[in-house]
Design a protein around this ligand. Structure first.
Ligand SMILES: [Ca+2]
Ligand SMILES: [Ca+2]
Ligand SMILES: [Ca+2]
Ligand SMILES: [Ca+2]
Length: 144
């Protein structure tokens, strides 16, 4: 390899490292650390609630904006946002509709969606669990 080619290769490697570093910075700002208010490396249900509010997550599922999520909206949202979550983990609409009135209030929806993403059921979202939420949300081109 000539010196010139070697220099070019070094430059490309260095440039890629810079791109990689800036990508990490962006994902940290968008991601986990941003919502971890008490900095314990876990996102609890309150911290998830903040992310959930700022994301307007409920509104994204509530297609007709009547402040309830009916079964057809739930089916559409599940197919859009929860592709990476197993069907067993998501459960049935009736599992979400705790009071059985045939529609999901924001509280029913928030609590159950947290449980769905809390795959190991320890009451916190670790980084991998959070990334499943974020990945589903972001796949649709949404951003915070
Ligand atoms: Ca925390
Ligand atoms: Ca609705
Ligand atoms: Ca309900
Ligand atoms: Ca967990």
């Amino acid at each position: 390899m000539t010196t010139k080619k070697y220099s070019l290769l070094c430059f490309v490697v260095f440039a890629l490292m810079l791109v990689n570093l800036s990508a990490c910075k962006v994902s940290e700002e968008e991601g986990y650390g941003r919502w971890d208010a008490d900095a314990n490396a876990m996102i609890d249900s309150n911290e998830y609630g903040t992310a959930w509010n700022e994301a307007g997550y409920y509104g994204r599922w509530d297609a007709n904006r009547d402040n309830y999520i009916d079964e057809s909206e739930w089916n559409a949202g599940r197919n859009t946002y929860m592709q990476d979550v197993g069907a067993d983990q998501v459960g049935a609409y009736t599992d979400w509709d705790v009071d059985g009135d045939g529609r999901l209030s924001d509280t029913e929806f928030r609590d159950r969606s947290f449980d769905v993403y809390d795959a190991d059921r320890d009451g916190n979202l670790n980084e991998a669990e959070y990334n499943t939420w974020w990945g589903g949300f972001n796949r649709t081109g949404n951003s915070l």
